[in-house]
Ligand binder design. Structure first.
Ligand SMILES: [Zn+2]
Length: 309
């Protein structure tokens, strides 16, 4: 790429001494206006700007209708040129406040984008995903209107850089949604687990702590039957080692819904030892969800849920 004379249209006089500038190749053979009198060289560089994607909890972003050129009347993100005393993040926070009345902080950098500018020839925009921490949405001085719009119902956005930042946020938001799908798998058999824990809470309320495990097990049978929870107790579960079924079987205290292993404990507090043991059981039996219920805890029933991964 080479810089051509068009880039310097209107740059005729030295800003230091007022002499007429001459277009010359510099030592890197790049064309620059140079002052024959004082030696000043004029450099033309892209202008940096920051743009804000302000996302609320409902997956809506703030768009503003521009009051001024370029693209007056068009929709865009809150954005502005970076002042000499600002870094890009500070510019984003300030522009957000000035143009939308919302206080914000930078959540993440979305990348940069080079845009043609009719005024500056080239603007480099830094995109930021912004989190709202205060304020109320209103149109600032540069905007005719400011509003929240759903990410999938955006109006036409006038700057390609802003479109790029919004596309990035759409991707992130989709990933996050898939993340919550992953969370849903992590909550495998959630309802069933809660029903079993609910039964245990009733038993714990009734008996308190201080009995042997077998007492709680009997009480669990009664309450589980009352609550229509299908269960078995002292369930022999085969254990496999390298594909071989071992003679020694694992006996689960309680299996709910034919798929959730429940171990009853009567100890002051569940530790990693009990957790590791239960995870081993899950692995050995091929079952996916296990619950430790500790009737030995004082106050609230202590319970933990484990997933074989
Ligand atoms: Zn000069």
């Amino acid at each position: 790429m080479s810089i051509n004379a068009e880039s310097y249209e209107g740059i005729d006089y030295c800003q230091q001494c007022g002499s007429k500038l001459e277009l010359k190749d510099d030592h890197e053979e790049k064309l620059r206006p140079k002052c024959p009198n004082c030696g000043f060289t004029y450099y033309k560089n892209p202008i940096p700007a920051s743009a804000c994607v302000i996302l609320n909890d409902d997956n809506e972003v703030v768009v503003i209708k521009r009051k001024f050129e370029p693209n007056a009347g068009g929709w865009a993100l809150p954005s502005g040129y970076i002042e000499i005393d600002q870094n890009p993040e500070e510019c984003a926070v300030d522009e957000m406040w000035e143009e939308t009345g919302l206080e914000g902080q930078v959540e993440r950098f979305l990348g940069y984008f080079s845009d043609y500018s009719p005024i500056y020839e080239k603007v480099i925009s830094f995109g930021f995903l912004m989190k709202i921490i205060g304020g109320e949405l209103r149109a600032g001085d540069d905007a005719v209107e400011a509003r929240f719009v759903a990410l999938d119902k955006l109006p036409e956005i006038v700057f390609p850089s802003h479109v790029a930042f919004l596309d990035k946020v759409k991707i992130l938001s989709r990933e996050e949604h898939e993340g919550s799908l992953r969370k849903a798998t992590a909550l495998l058999y959630k309802d069933e687990v809660y029903k079993i824990v609910g039964a245990a809470i009733e038993v714990h309320k009734e008996l308190g702590n201080g009995y042997l495990e077998s007492v709680y097990e009997e009480a669990m049978k009664i309450v589980s039957t009352d609550r229509d929870i299908p269960f078995d107790t002292q369930v022999k579960i085969p254990v496999y080692f390298k594909g071989n079924k071992l003679e020694k079987q694992f006996i689960a205290d309680y299996v709910g819904y034919d798929k959730i292993i429940v171990e009853f404990k009567c100890i002051p507090k569940i530790t990693n030892v009990e957790a590791a043991q239960l995870l081993n059981y899950l692995k050995a039996t091929g079952m996916q969800v296990g619950v430790l219920i500790n009737f030995g805890s004082r106050g609230k029933l202590e319970w933990r849920r484990y997933i074989r991964t």
